[in-house]
Ligand binder design. Structure first.
Ligand code: IMP
Length: 203
């Protein structure tokens, strides 16, 4: 049976400032005090699973165990159809140790061009996926997953958002997530969609 969040404090189990900002805004109207894993000085666990759900579970359970509080983790990434779903769960890794997403976006474009013999012929379909795990210190958890589909552009556009936002145009739009105001991205995003599912079940 699913469990509702009754505790007054919740750890947001991320060290990614972009995700933290978006999760804080999604949780904004819920009367719960938020504290981030970074603020608590919690270590970042190794993401050793090969699925979004597996890695979301690792992060949420590690933070719940270490803090004694319920913890919410997001594992997310961009899955490119022309690259058989890559970078997927390795989306953060493609940015390298310097966490440079210009490098990661350039690699996506380069690999698509190499595979299809140029950008014009490339399959540009992609989806952002977000899996959210809410875990409690006693080991219970709730998992939800959602996506937003769209198309890739070869040249990054816009300085908003984070990660791969500047090369992703959601279906039905002409601007990249990087060109949208935070509220516009939040209205469409994979994370918002996943959070909506979690909210129905747990908040
Ligand atoms: P992880 O969930 O910590 O493994 O990292 C997921 C990575 O996917 C992030 O570092 C971003 O590069 C990428 N990502 C996830 N969600 C978004 C998003 O909303 N916009 C842009 N990039 C994202």
């Amino acid at each position: 049976m699913s469990r509702r969040l009754a505790e007054p404090r919740l750890v947001v189990a991320t060290h990614n400032q972009g995700k933290l900002r978006e999760l804080r805004s999604l949780l904004g109207d819920h009367p719960v005090e938020l504290v981030s894993a970074g603020e608590l000085g919690l270590p970042e666990p190794a993401e050793t699973e090969t699925s979004f759900a597996g890695n979301a579970r690792i992060k949420a359970h590690a933070a719940a165990r270490a803090s004694g509080l319920p913890a919410l983790a997001d594992d997310s990434g961009i899955a490119c159809r022309g690259l058989d779903g890559a970078p997927g769960v390795w989306s953060a890794d493609w940015a390298g140790p310097g966490k440079d997403f210009a490098v990661a976006m350039a690699r996506v474009v380069r690999e698509l061009e190499a595979r299809f013999g140029g950008w014009d012929a490339a399959d540009r379909q992609a989806a952002f996926v977000s899996c959210l795990c809410l875990a409690w210190p006693d080991g219970h958890d709730e998992l939800v997953q959602a996506k937003v589909t769209g198309a890739l552009v070869a040249s990054p556009r816009g300085a908003n958002g984070f990660g791969y936002d500047p090369i992703f145009v959601p279906d039905g739009e002409s601007r990249t997530f990087g060109e949208m105001a935070p509220a516009e991205k939040n209205a469409l995003s994979h994370r918002t969609r996943a959070f909506r599912l979690l909210k129905e079940r747990c908040f």
